[in-house]
Design a protein around this ligand. Structure first.
Ligand SMILES: NC(=O)C1=CN([C@@H]2O[C@H](COP(=O)(O)OP(=O)(O)OC[C@H]3O[C@@H](n4cnc5c(N)ncnc54)[C@H](OP(=O)(O)O)[C@@H]3O)[C@@H](O)[C@H]2O)C=CC1
Ligand SMILES: CC(=O)N[C@@H](CCC(=O)OP(=O)(O)O)C(=O)O
Length: 358
C-alpha cells in the first residue's frame, strides 16, 4: 500500500504529439492533477482543436509556453523541440521553481558534450538522470541500478523512442558478454508520429501511403550516440552501430530489428537465458515465448515493449526484435514510469499494460 500523493502537472507543448500523449496517460493516472497546458504558435486556441481525442479537456485554452505559466506546479513536462526545452528548463531553475522537470526532448540525455555538439550542432544543455528504468549496469540487477538513479530525482531526461527500442533489444547480450558491441546493425520501421506534428507538415498522404522511406542514413541519426551511451552503461567498452531508420505508413509504432555478431562458441540456449533473466521480473518489457515475434500492432496504446531473440547460426549473429508504441513506452508512458519512481509512487501506477487491437 502506498500513501496517496496527489501532484499537479503542467505540460509545455500540449498541442504536439508527445505533449498530447503525455496528457492522455496523465489523465488516467490516479494521483495527477492537470495544471497549465501550453503551446507556442497555437497558444490561445482550445486543446480540442489539436487533440480532438482528449475530450475531457477539449475546451481548455492553451496558454503560452513561458516560465510564468509553467511555474508553481509539482511537475513540469517539457514536450518541446530540442533546444527549446533546455532553455525553458534553465529559466525555471533560475527562477527558483522547485518542480520536478521531465524533458521528453533530447537536451539532457547525453553525458558527453562533444557527442551532443557533433550530432546536434549546438551547445550542450547538461545531463540529467536518464529515464529508462530497465537500463542495465554491469554487476547490478535492474531492480537496483537505473531505478536507484531515478528514485527521488528532480530531473528526468526521457530517452529517444528509437533508443528505447534498440537498447532493450541488445542490452541483455552486451551485459552478458555474448555479443560483440563493435559489430551491431539496427534497422527500424517507424510510424510517422515519431517525426512530430510540426516537423513534416508538408508531407502529402500520396507520398507517405504505400511507401517505405529510409531517412538519416549513413551514421547521421542523432540517436546513435545515445544508443552507444546506453550500451556502454550495459557493459560495452566501445560501441559501433550501423543504424538505419525507415518511415512506414502507420501512425504509431517502432519495430527495431537489431543484429550483433555472436561471440564465437556461444550456445544459443545461453543467449535465450540472458534475455530471459534480464526481463523476467520487468513489468513492461516482455520477452515473448520462443517462435513468437513482436509486432507494433500489439503494443499500441500500451507502455509495453515486446522483445524476441534468436541465433542465426549460419551468419554467426544474434537477431533481436523489439516492438514499442513510440508515443507510449517510447515517450509519454516511459516518462510517467520514471516520474512514478521520482515521486516514490509504485512504478506501474496508472500505466497501461494492455494495448488496443486490432
Ligand atoms: N513524437 C515522438 O514519437 C517523440 C517525440 N519526442 C520529443 O518530444 C518533443 C516534442 O515532439 P513532438 O510532440 O513529436 O513534436 P510536435 O511537432 O508534434 O510538437 C511540438 C510542440 O512544441 C511546440 N513548439 C514548437 N516550436 C516551439 C518553440 N520554438 N518553442 C516552444 N515550443 C515550441 C509546439 O507548439 P505549437 O503547436 O503551438 O507550435 C508543439 O506543442 C521533441 O523534443 C521530440 O523530439 C521524443 C520521443 C518520441
Ligand atoms: C519517425 C521519426 O522521425 N522519428 C524520430 C524520433 C524522434 C525522437 O525520438 O525524438 P527525439 O528528437 O526526442 O530524440 C527520429 O527518428 O528522429
Amino acid at each position: 500500500m502506498f500513501m496517496h500523493m496527489t501532484f499537479s502537472v503542467a505540460i509545455a507543448g500540449a498541442s504536439g504529439y508527445a505533449g498530447g500523449e503525455m496528457l492522455r496517460v496523465l489523465l488516467a493516472h490516479p494521483e495527477a492533477r492537470i495544471g497549465a497546458l501550453t503551446a507556442h504558435s497555437n497558444a490561445g486556441t482550445p486543446l480540442g482543436a489539436h487533440q480532438p481525442h482528449l475530450r475531457s479537456l477539449a475546451g481548455r485554452v492553451l496558454a503560452a509556453t513561458s516560465t510564468e505559466n509553467l511555474a508553481g506546479h509539482d511537475v513540469v513536462v517539457l514536450a518541446l523541440p530540442h533546444g527549446a526545452s533546455g532553455a525553458i528548463a534553465a529559466e525555471l531553475a533560475e527562477r527558483g521553481d522547485d518542480a520536478i522537470v521531465v524533458d521528453l526532448g533530447a537536451d539532457h540525455r547525453l553525458v558527453d558534450p562533444a557527442a551532443w555538439e557533433q550530432f546536434y550542432g549546438s551547445e550542450h544543455a547538461g545531463t540529467w538522470p536518464y529515464g529508462l528504468p530497465e537500463l542495465l549496469h554491469p554487476g547490478e540487477s535492474t531492480a537496483t541500478a537505473q531505478r536507484a538513479a531515478l528514485a527521488g530525482t528532480r530531473r528526468i531526461a526521457v530517452p529517444g523512442c528509437n533508443v528505447t527500442a534498440v537498447t532493450l533489444g541488445l542490452q541483455p547480450g552486451v551485459a552478458a558478454g555474448l555479443i560483440e558491441p563493435q559489430d551491431l546493425v539496427a534497422v527500424l520501421a517507424n510510424g510517422y508520429s515519431g517525426a512530430g506534428r510540426s516537423l513534416k507538415t508538408h508531407l502529402l498522404a500520396s507520398e507517405a501511403l504505400g511507401a517505405v522511406q529510409p531517412y538519416a542514413v549513413g551514421g547521421t541519426h542523432r540517436h546513435i550516440p545515445e544508443i552507444a551511451q546506453n550500451l556502454r552503461s550495459a557493459g560495452a567498452e566501445a560501441v559501433s552501430i550501423s543504424f538505419t531508420p525507415t518511415l512506414v505508413p502507420m501512425a504509431r509504432g517502432i519495430l527495431a530489428t537489431s543484429t550483433a555478431r555472436l561471440v564465437p562458441g556461444t550456445d544459443p540456449a545461453t543467449v535465450r537465458e540472458a534475455w530471459e533473466q534480464t526481463y523476467a521480473d520487468e513489468p513492461f518489457v516482455h520477452l515473448l515465448p520462443e517462435g513468437q515475434w513482436p509486432t507494433t500492432a500489439s503494443t499500441l496504446g500500451a507502455n509495453t515493449a515486446l522483445v524476441q531473440v534468436a541465433v542465426d547460426e549460419a551468419a554467426g549473429r544474434v537477431v533481436t526484435v523489439t516492438a514499442i508504441d513510440n508515443l507510449v513506452k517510447g515517450t509519454a508512458g516511459g516518462a510517467l514510469q520514471s516520474l512514478n519512481l521520482a515521486l516514490g509512487l509504485p512504478e506501474t501506477l496508472g500505466l497501461p499494460l494492455d494495448g488496443v487491437a486490432p
